[in-house]
Design a protein around this ligand. Structure first.
Ligand code: ATR
Length: 281
């Protein structure tokens, strides 16, 4: 039971919807025997500054930051670390004494979801999309030694992002099959709540790994098409789980990441059968 010593953690987002972060983090605390509690705070944009004041006043030790606050929150912290600076957004705040530090673990979610399946060093990756999630994915893949081509509906946005992050090329979504590639990460919102893929099934390389950041539904059209082609598939739940494990580590310190990822995944919900799936092991 929570008591006077319980460490308070949580997430700010708007609308709060049905976020699974509290279930995932609280399950991890229970597995680790941590006296901590993780709550969801629905904070509209106009109240973000006040909410961050509340974080300081009530000593919220780790705060996850979700849509639409990931960039705006950088204005209200004491320090922005290298990853959040490079990505231009934060998904986690840690209160260390009086000091509130912003960092980003979304990129770790991408690389840790992929690494059990494919070595990223030297891999030729394609990121579909050019929004905030594409920024984190591109940063992570490049940090692990992969080359990255950005393909987006609005080509000018992909070109601008490729220049900014030092990616290796940019183009349109229908250019997927034009060059060899080992890893595809979908960061567009196509597939969210719909049976649609951002790319044609014939364009999906047969010998690649496909990670879809979309996890509702979890068995997206893109992942089903990729499995049909014989490609390996990784569900967006593992990206979500691994960014959350890294958030926990940001305030608590290192944990057995695979074990806690599996605890969080179980709390996320039952895993549908996507043939060819490979998860956290
Ligand atoms: P996030 O922060 O989650 O990455 P975002 O910044 O809103 O979200 O980015 C959404 C991405 O999905 C963009 O790359 C967007 O393409 P555009 O830059 O052309 O807008 C992409 N997207 C959204 N709807 C799409 C659609 N119907 N077809 C193709 N791409 C789409």
């Amino acid at each position: 039971m929570p008591n006077a010593e319980t460490v308070l953690c949580g997430i700010v987002l708007h609308p709060a919807g049905h976020t699974r972060s509290p279930a995932m983090h609280n399950a991890a605390y229970a597995a680790l025997g941590l006296d901590a509690a993780y709550l969801s705070f629905d904070v509209p944009p106009a109240l973000l500054e006040e909410a961050i004041e509340g974080v300081r006043r009530h000593r919220v030790r780790q705060l996850s930051v979700s849509i639409p606050h990931k960039t705006e929150v950088l204005s209200w912290v004491d320090d922005v670390d290298e990853t959040a600076t490079a990505i231009g957004a934060a998904n986690t705040l840690v209160l260390d004494g009086e000091h509130l530090r912003a960092s980003n673990t979304d990129w770790l979610g991408v690389v840790r979801a992929l690494e059990p399946v494919r070595t990223l060093e030297g891999a030729r990756a394609v990121v579909l999309g050019a929004g905030g999630t594409a920024r984190a994915a591109t940063y992570g893949l490049r940090a692990r030694g992969a080359s990255v081509r950005l393909l987006n509906r609005t080509v000018a946005k992909a070109e601008a992002l490729a220049r900014e992050l030092g990616a290796d090329g940019a183009g349109a979504l229908d250019e997927l099959g034009d060059a060899p590639c080992d890893v595809v990460v979908n960061t567009t919102s196509v597939g969210l709540g719909e049976d649609r893929s951002p790319v044609r099934v014939e364009a999906i390389p047969r010998a690649c790994v496909v990670l879809d950041a979309v996890y509702a539904p979890e068995r997206t059209r893109l992942l089903q098409d990729a499995a049909t082609r014989g490609a390996q598939t990784v569900s967006g739940r593992w990206m979500l789980v691994h960014q959350a494990v890294a958030q926990l580590e940001a305030w608590h310190g290192p944990v057995d990441a695979d074990r806690i990822a599996n605890v969080m995944s179980a709390a996320f919900g039952p895993e549908p059968d996507v043939s060819g799936h490979a998860g956290a092991g």
